[in-house]
Design a protein around this ligand. Structure first.
Ligand code: SF4
Length: 365
């Protein structure tokens, strides 16, 4: 007798492993995906793509919002443990569960399509290696939520407070329904006002990206990803007190840059992880010691990455707004997340702080 397992059994098992949200897409929903971003390019027999999400704790951001403590966000809520341990454990156990029922399962850790090298295919008739999906499109196809205006993925339960991963399998199941476009993101523009890097266009600018899945069209702002990367990964003095400590006198205005995402990484990562000689002026020898400490937080291999900007607009402003509107299901007894005037530092390192961001304080949309 043929072995089988239902999607509700898989969902229940995955949730028991700590994965908060689990959705199912049939492979047909990817018919318009670029070949080098298509699930079938990794697993040609794939019939179902399972998207999973685990929440980012609201409290992971508390120290950054208050301007007092950075490690919790990077270590627990970003790459340190959430992306590299909490989620992969659940994904791997769920893939084992599927294979125990006789179906092949490919666990997938989200990559970055923009980093694909310009190589030739290894096997004739296939795409070049380094296939990467758009994990947000995977989650959209699996009905977990929708891309918000700021390109960050929004769910009904947690708003933008999730990280995503996927499992490909040759098991065929009924797909989950797609979320209605615009049913979570209300185009309030809180993300635009909160993004200190000026990376998110206002809806009045009309710069958008659209993707159609079945009969639904999802649309979001065409985010300037170089500014986003610089603002998040430690290239923006406005949100990094560590740049002010290590590079007094250096001035950099992220808000006017027009570099690509990958060039943003090229600037931020060597600056944040590199070393030079140890001197009396700079005893650690690290180019930016605070960034280096975050990358290595936790000992051993360390956090492996770092998130200095802490998604000030696209996540913090967004979930503050959605919670206030009761547009996401998880709300908190202590009221709104943003409780005090928000802070921003000067674009010139070492100058006195820029003070409160008045434009952002009045955000009661
Ligand atoms: S803050 Fe969130 S809900 Fe408001 S426009 Fe931006 S993504 Fe949409």
């Amino acid at each position: 007798m043929a072995r089988t397992v239902t999607k509700e059994q898989i969902r229940a098992f995955a949730q028991a492993q700590g994965l908060d949200l689990v959705g199912f897409a049939n492979i047909e929903r990817f018919k318009d995906a670029p070949k080098r971003m298509h699930p079938s390019s990794i697993f040609p027999e794939c019939r179902t793509v399972i998207a999973v999400a685990r929440r980012i704790l609201r409290g992971n951001w508390r120290g950054i919002e208050e301007g007092t403590y950075w490690p919790t966000y990077t270590y627990f809520g970003y790459h340190g443990l959430l992306n590299s341990f909490f989620i992969p454990m659940g994904v791997y156990e769920t893939a084992c569960f599927i294979e125990d029922h006789g179906f092949e399962a490919v666990p997938y850790y989200p990559g970055v399509p923009e980093t694909q090298p310009p190589d030739a295919p290894i096997r004739p008739g296939t795409v070049a290696p380094e296939v990467h999906f758009s994990i947000r499109m995977i989650a959209t196809c699996a009905g977990l939520g929708e891309p918000g205006w700021a390109k960050v993925f929004l769910t009904r339960k947690f708003g933008p407070r999730v990280r995503l991963a996927a499992i490909l399998t040759d098991l065929e199941v009924e797909p989950d329904p797609l979320v209605e476009p615009g049913s979570i993101c209300d185009r309030c523009m809180s993300c635009v006002r909160g993004c200190q890097a000026n990376a998110i266009p206002h809806r009045n600018e009309g710069r958008t990206i659209k993707v159609q899945i079945e009969d639904k069209v999802y649309e979001w702002g065409d985010v300037q990803m170089g500014r986003c990367t610089l603002g998040y990964h430690g290239g923006d003095p406005q949100v990094s007190p560590f740049l002010h400590q290590s590079l007094p006198g250096w001035e950099f205005d992220v808000t006017t840059q027009n570099v690509t995402e990958d060039r943003g990484y090229k600037l931020c990562w060597p600056l944040s992880q590199g070393s030079w000689r140890r001197t009396a002026e700079d005893p650690s020898g690290h180019l930016v010691d605070g960034h280096w400490q975050l990358v290595h937080w936790g000992g051993g291999a360390g956090a492996g990455s770092y998130g200095i900007g802490g998604s000030r607009g696209c996540m913090r402003s967004c979930f503050d707004h959605l919670e206030k509107k009761q547009a996401c299901e998880q709300t908190f007894e202590n009221g709104r997340f943003i409780k005090r005037d928000r802070w921003l530092l000067s674009k010139r390192c070492g100058d006195t702080p820029g003070g409160d961001d008045q434009a952002d304080q009045a955000d009661n949309a």
